[in-house]
Design a protein around this ligand. Structure first.
Ligand code: FRU
Length: 499
């Protein structure tokens, strides 16, 4: 189709052209964040799976790099991870230079000498900071034949207490995460299975697992373990999404705690994001200061191949810092935009309103610069209004708009993109994404990160996030506050155009 640069995100990563899905090989190395990703180097639909590559020193500004590992006659290169083998456990160091080792899923082709269509785990290594990669000579290093062909998405990490490598992978259609250990990244010993658990019904796939420790309530003496399991379809907002489990890990077995009862409503499960466009989330290895930074593909398999952008298709969500907090007696993940992003936007002059009252109407915010991206903070006190919130990316006559609001009676926060612009490309795009969230002393803080074709709503200091794609018509840039059937109060409003 014709180029749609008006929808090109300004503060989210996109490749210049062609198709992108999952983030892969997330690692901080020598002062640089590396983002590899599932990439089709020659078309803007899924296929020819390769690893694209981008780098950043601050998680905000990304530079696209040459394709790192290309689809070839033997294999497609599916998702995986990268570790820095600084002790040279693998023996893959070159001239004494320890290697970055990529552990990825090979999908073997006809004539490769392997059963075609089988997914197995392989290695590649780099000693030039991830620019060029060599396949390990004896790939694959791990298969699950004859038990399964759908065995993929290895995430490897160093398990310091035991002094060995850990790998989590999925048997996608069996709803199982398999956990392995290794001393050298080459020979893998099975440790345990996790799952089925949580959302694991018929037809649901488990993909892209990630197991990592996080201190509970900031207390380094109380590390809990978090297991991310990306699922598709069957997620909270329909289609693809990230469920997570919190529990203990003894070096062998992950034990999830506080699991909802079998057959519980989707809302009883724990979700990293409640929007429709946050998938294949993973976390960076070796991030400094013990940070746990996550990034995800900002799309949904329900309609990813129809997203109306050109000449690229696929964007990444904002990198986020993760923390684990006890909320209502249960440890939950809290997500905030990466602190580098916050530092950047906090340095931009804001249009501010200390307090505004809105009664049964929509009140446009008078902004000198309305062009996305905009970073919007506000506190909403729905008070006597039935619904109260903010409208973004709206047409002057309101006929197109995206609504973010609190529903007082239901006690829910909603993003409504039913009239958000171009919604026709898929019947599954239109819709509302709703999450139950109690007010705090009658109020709720929202941070809305609005880019050219997305919004991320961080609510109640990151205890809930809703990430949704939207495709507004050029010029639809009005931002308003509204209250329905009553009075709402808004305070501490700060709107910052992000350059
Ligand atoms: C998740 C996924 C992975 C797989 C990759 C293929 O979106 O299906 O399970 O490795 O995409 O591109």
């Amino acid at each position: 189709g014709p180029a749609t640069e008006q929808w090109r995100p300004a503060i989210h990563y996109t490749p210049a052209r062609n198709w992108m899905n999952d983030p892969n090989g997330l690692i901080w190395h020598d002062g640089v964040y590396h983002l590899f990703y599932q990439y089709n180097p020659s078309a803007s639909h899924w296929g020819n799976m390769s690893w694209g590559h981008a780098t950043s020193s601050d998680l905000v500004h990304w530079k696209e790099q040459p394709v790192a590992m290309a689809n070839n006659t033997r294999e497609e290169i599916f998702s995986g991870s990268i570790v820095f083998d600084k002790r040279n456990t693998s023996g893959l160091a070159v001239n004494g230079k320890p290697a970055l080792v990529a552990v990825y899923t090979s999908v073997f082709k006809e004539g490769s000498g392997h059963e075609s269509g089988v997914q197995a785990q392989s290695l590649a290594y780099s000693t030039d900071n991830g620019r060029t990669w060599k396949a390990y000579a004896k790939n694959p290093v791990l298969t699950l034949r004859p038990e399964s062909k759908n065995f993929r998405d290895p995430k490897v990490s160093w398990y310091a207490p035991g002094g060995y490598w850990l790998m989590t992978t999925v048997v996608a259609d069996a709803h199982v995460v398999k956990i392995y250990k290794s001393s050298n990244l080459i020979d893998w010993e099975f440790l345990s299975d996790f799952g089925p658990a949580g959302v694991a019904g018929n037809g649901v796939l488990w993909e892209m697992p990630d197991l990592f420790p996080l201190p509970l309530d900031g207390d380094a003496n109380r590390p809990m373990w978090v297991m991310l399991v990306n699922i598709n379809p069957g997620s909270i907002a329909g289609g693809s999404g990230v469920q997570y489990f919190v529990g203990t890990f003894d070096g062998k077995t992950f034990n999830a705690e506080n699991l909802p009862v079998q057959g519980a409503d989707l809302s009883e499960h724990r979700w990293l994001d409640h929007g429709a466009d946050y998938y294949a989330a993973g976390t960076f290895a070796d991030a400094p200061d013990g940070r746990r930074v996550t990034i995800a593909w900002m799309s949904n398999w329900d309609y990813a191949d129809r997203v109306p952008t050109s000449p690229w298709r696929g964007a990444m969500a904002l990198p986020r810092d993760l923390a684990l907090r006890t909320i209502d007696g249960v440890p939950r993940l809290v997500s905030t935009p990466a602190r580098e992003y916050l530092a950047l936007v906090n340095g931009v002059a804001a249009s501010r309103w200390k307090a505004l009252t809105v009664r049964s109407t929509t009140k446009p915010l008078d902004l000198a610069n309305r062009t996305a991206p905009q970073d919007i903070d506000l506190v909403v006190e729905p008070y006597t209004a039935k619904r109260a919130g903010i409208v973004v990316a709206a047409a002057a006559d309101g006929s197109r708009q995206t609504r973010v609001y609190y529903d007082t009676k239901a006690g829910t926060l909603t993003v409504d993109r039913t009239r958000s612009g171009d919604t026709d490309f898929s019947p599954k795009l239109s819709g509302r994404h709703i999450v139950y969230l109690p007010l705090n002393q009658g109020k709720i803080h929202l941070k809305v990160v609005l880019d050219k074709s997305s919004l991320e709503v961080f609510a109640a200091d990151g205890r809930t996030v809703i990430t949704d794609l939207v495709f507004p018509k050029a010029g639809d840039d009005r931002i308003s506050l509204f209250a329905e059937d009553g009075e709402a109060r808004f305070s501490d409003i700060a709107v910052r155009p992000v350059r």
